[in-house]
Design a protein around this ligand. Structure first.
Ligand SMILES: [Zn+2]
Length: 185
């Protein structure tokens, strides 16, 4: 048996223990006389030992489905995060404008009447007081600062700003629905 291509087939069969005793004898006989096939047989056995030591794990039947589901979930989570960030950013910018407007109004008020500055400082110290006093201080401070005639105007302004915030939130929330869905049915 000098056909080396046939020897390759024999090696494969030998590894699987599928050689008949006669074939096994012929196989071993050729190996003894052929250095090239000895080396090849040694490599075959190494590979076989490696494969036996680390069996290639076959993916579970629902593996790809689970991967796709996870990718889809990650996409949804990213969209939610993006929406939340946009919503937060929009709200912060709107309320930043509100605060700036209030600060500007307060500054104008103080400039027009210096005595208000002293009162304002008192209100400010009240505002800096921690915890539940804060909300009460803001209410009292606003009332004493702007007076009853300006307060409704200010409240209207705040209401408009809140409406703008809600509008912004709706715009941001609508965005993901327009995006092409990655969801798999
Ligand atoms: Zn050979």
């Amino acid at each position: 048996m000098a056909d080396h291509a046939e020897m390759t087939v024999m090696m494969s069969l030998a590894l699987d223990g599928m050689l008949s005793s006669e074939e096994q004898k012929a196989f071993e006989g050729h190996l003894r006389s052929c250095v090239g096939c000895q080396e090849q047989w040694a490599r075959w056995q190494q590979v076989d030992a490696l494969l036996a030591a680390e069996p290639v794990a076959a993916p579970a039947p629902d593996f790809s489905a689970r991967v796709l589901e996870r990718v889809s979930q990650r996409g949804q989570r990213q969209r939610r995060l993006l929406g939340g960030a946009l919503l937060l950013g929009g709200s912060l910018s709107v309320w930043g404008m509100v605060l700036l407007s209030l600060a500007g109004a307060a500054l104008l008020w103080v400039l027009s009447d210096p005595s208000v500055a002293v009162h304002g400082a008192q209100v400010l110290s009240q505002l800096l007081g921690a915890g539940s006093l804060l909300v009460k201080a803001v209410g009292l401070g606003l009332e004493s600062l702007v007076g009853p005639s300006v307060l409704p105007l200010l409240l209207t302004f705040v209401c408009v700003m809140m409406a703008l915030t809600v509008l912004w939130a709706r715009l941001v929330q609508r965005r993901p629905r327009r995006a092409p869905s990655l969801m798999l049915v």
